[in-house]
Write a protein that binds this ligand. Structure first.
Ligand code: ADP
Length: 701
């Protein structure tokens, strides 16, 4: 506990001494001053609990001093005890009280009284001090409570902020296919990027470096990107679609939305405050969507290219060119010979990047048949690792692919219904764009579109061919039909006029001859009309057989007998070697077959004798017609069995080119076949095989 300071003011040192002696107490600090002025001076810089003030002093007396003290707000509450020997009457005492004295003591002072009085004031002072101290403590306590409450509030808001921040961070960190970033508008230096930055770009984020934003944009797209960022206006977000070149060389497509916003940064005191602008970016990986978009436009382009031409070679060329380099680094399209009636022989087109064109040509020259591992039948062939799985002594194609630097390869069959048209194959030398299941879907679709274009071409050619056939047929048929008509008409007219002139006389030999000629002409016309009817029946699939027992040798003799007049007229000998063979066939149709072959042996036989054989073995009957006529070139021996196909010109030999077509259709309808062996000038050997089965075989025995 601090001492109670008591200020003793008296001009007489002996009085001061006696006061000091009276009040000597360890609880008091006694300060002695010799005048009112000294007392005031002392109080300017010091404090005290009680003032014992002598009233009568030279200079400033006790009242004046007390008056000044009471005027000072800092000092006015200090209790003053006036000490006087003189003015003990009530007037003086009243004056002392007016200036604010709390007590009044007359000299000579009774020491006990003085001590008791001072002790009361000292006690009061201590009580007051205690109250002040308690008040201060209370205030401090309240201040502490207030501070604690504030701190608690601060903590709650900090926690909330931390939770928000954590949530925000979790959100940002959870974003997989997008990068959230912030950059400074003038320098474009990044100040933040979400962790997906590394996964997206393949590069480690280093915010100490100024060029990090460039990692998000393909170098070719950077100038436009930068321009758009620099043109950003506050509150006007922009979306930029651009590429990104990953560290591994893969190219991604990003759609970046950027906005210019007021920067909010935490100040030193934790409060937020604005500090200029910042660009906030959100870059989403749209590669898949872009791929779909690009695939659709690619497919549309391929369809357009493929359908630009109606020529198979052009189509395969267009397709191959359109696929490189968007789908693959190299592409080879092969349309096989015989793939369609109207498609020409093998058409191959290989297209590769210009640097590899020469190598790709090598590939084009290599044959591709069903034995090759590159020949897809029903399903596509996918080779993911060309260096490991392809190449070697026998694998020429594989070797070329390896030379081309291909690491993956894909081949799909080109098919329409059951019919196989060829193969579409592609290879990739770019690791980031391998031939895989995705590529398989795309290439499969390209294949279907190629087939569609080839089919269009085939249908178109079939159509034009059909129109050409029809025109040719009409001119030949009308000629053929017309030729017998004029002599028929003339013959009938002259016979009619002879018979009318002499109705009672028997017809003259001339008339009879003329009627015979007319009869032959009618036969010829009937044959022509029957032939045309047969063709339309065959085309409509209505060639029906009326099977019954037929003796083939007998039928040959019968047909030959019908030709006898003509053979005699032309002095033609026919050698016959006819073994007895019977079967269940359509008699009139086989008659047609034999008639056609004999007609041709006479027509194209150069007037030389011919032979007819009928023989049989275990399961089949064979009819052979051998002539020594003009023969047939090797390239025509198959073709002449097709509709309207002829190996001669209509100038030298009349005909519709339908006889052998109908013949083969009839023979095939019986389950047999017809072939020819021939060489130009060396005659021809037509050989018809007919199956002899079941009861047909038993008939023969
Ligand atoms: P067409 O005799 O009316 O022309 P075909 O279908 O009977 O019709 O014959 C088709 C073609 O086959 C003939 O135009 C001819 O060029 C050739 N040909 C048929 N038979 C013989 C043969 N015996 N000798 C040589 N060529 C033949």
């Amino acid at each position: 506990m601090s001492k109670v300071r008591v200020l003793l003011v008296d001009d007489r040192p002996e009085n001061l001494m006696s006061l000091e002696a009276t009040l000597l107490n360890p609880d008091y600090e006694l300060v002695k001053v010799p005048s009112g002025e000294d007392a005031l001076r002392y109080l300017l810089t010091n404090d005290c609990a009680i003032i014992l003030l002598d009233v009568q002093m030279p200079g400033m007396d006790g009242y004046e001093t007390a008056d000044l003290i009471k005027k000072d707000p800092k000092l006015k509450d200090i209790p003053i005890i006036f000490l006087t020997a003189l003015n003990t009457d009530a007037g003086y005492v009243a004056r002392g009280y007016r200036v604010g004295a709390v007590d009044y003591m007359s000299k000579p002072l009774v020491p006990e009284f003085l001590r008791a009085k001072v002790a009361v004031f000292a006690q009061l002072h201590r009580a007051k001090e205690k109250i002040i101290e308690q008040q201060a403590q209370l205030r401090e306590h309240e201040a502490q409570a207030q501070r604690r409450r504030l701190a608690e509030l601060e903590l709650v808001s900090l926690r909330r902020e931390q939770a928000l921040h954590r949530r925000y961070r979790e959100l940002v960190e959870g974003i997989q296919h997008a990068v959230v970033w912030v950059a400074e508008p003038s320098s474009l230096v990044m100040s933040f990027a979400s962790p997906s930055f590394t996964a997206t770009t393949g590069k480690v984020l280093d915010l100490n470096r100024a060029d990090q934003l460039r990692h998000l944009v393909h170098p070719d797209d950077w100038p436009t990107f930068e321009l758009r960022l620099r043109d950003l206006r506050p509150d006007l977000p922009e979306t930029i679609v651009h590429r990104l070149l990953r560290r591994d060389g893969e190219v991604l497509w990003l759609s970046t939305t950027v906005r210019l916003e007021k920067k909010i940064e935490r100040g030193a005191n934790g409060g937020g405050h604005d500090e200029g602008d910042e660009i906030r970016g959100f870059s989403v990986d749209v590669t898949e969507a872009k791929l779909v978009e690009r695939t659709l436009s690619l497919l549309a382009r391929i369809s357009e290219e493929a359908n630009r031409s109606l020529d198979a070679s052009d189509i395969v060329q267009h397709v191959a060119v359109a696929c490189v380099p968007d789908v693959a680094d190299g592409c080879c399209v092969i349309v096989e010979s015989g793939a369609g009636d109207a498609l020409p022989g093998v058409s191959t087109s290989t297209w590769s990047t210009p640097q590899q064109a020469a190598l790709a040509e090598k590939l084009e020259a290599l044959p591709l048949d069903a034995s090759s591992p590159f020949y897809p039948t029903n399903a596509p062939i996918l080779v993911r690792d060309v260096p490991q799985h392809l190449g070697g002594d026998d694998d020429l194609r594989g070797n070329v692919l390896r030379e081309l630097g291909a690491h993956s390869f894909l081949a799909v069959p080109l098919v329409v219904g059951e019919r196989r048209l060829g193969t579409l194959s592609m290879w990739s030398c770019t690791p980031s764009r391998p031939m895989n299941e995705h590529a398989m879907l795309l290439v499969g679709e390209i294949g279907r579109r190629t087939v569609q274009a080839l089919e269009n071409a085939r249908l178109y050619h079939g159509q034009t061919e059909a129109v050409a056939y029809r025109d040719e047929f009409l001119s030949v048929a009308s000629h053929e039909l017309r030729t017998p008509l004029s002599p028929l008409k003339l013959g009938l007219q002259s016979s009619l006029s002879s018979l009318t002139k002499a109705p009672d006389k028997p017809p003259t030999p001339t008339v009879i001859k003329s009627l015979q000629v007319a009869d032959r002409q009618v036969d010829r016309l009937q044959l022509l009309v029957d032939t045309l009817l047969d063709v339309s029946r065959i085309r409509a699939g209505r060639l029906e057989l009326d099977r019954g027992r037929v003796d083939l040798d007998g039928l040959v003799r019968e047909v030959l007998a019908r030709f006898q007049v003509e053979l005699d007229r032309k002095d033609l000998k026919v050698t016959q070697r006819l073994a007895p063979v019977a079967g269940r066939w359509d008699r009139s149709r086989l008659d047609q077959v034999i008639t056609n072959l004999i007609t041709n042996a006479i027509k194209y036989g150069n007037g030389k004798p011919f032979e007819i054989e009928v023989e049989r073995d275990e399961s089949r009957a064979r009819l052979v017609v051998i002539d020594q006529g003009i023969g047939i070139a090797a390239g025509d021996t198959e073709r002449i069995f097709n509709r309207f196909e002829r190996a001669v010109t209509s100038k030298n030999f009349t005909g519709l080119g339908l006889g052998l077509y109908i013949t083969r259709q009839i023979v095939r309808a019986h389950g047999g076949d017809i072939k020819v062996e021939s060489e130009p000038g060396g005659g021809s050997r037509f050989c018809v095989d007919l199956p002899v089965e079941g009861d047909a075989a038993s008939i023969m025995h």
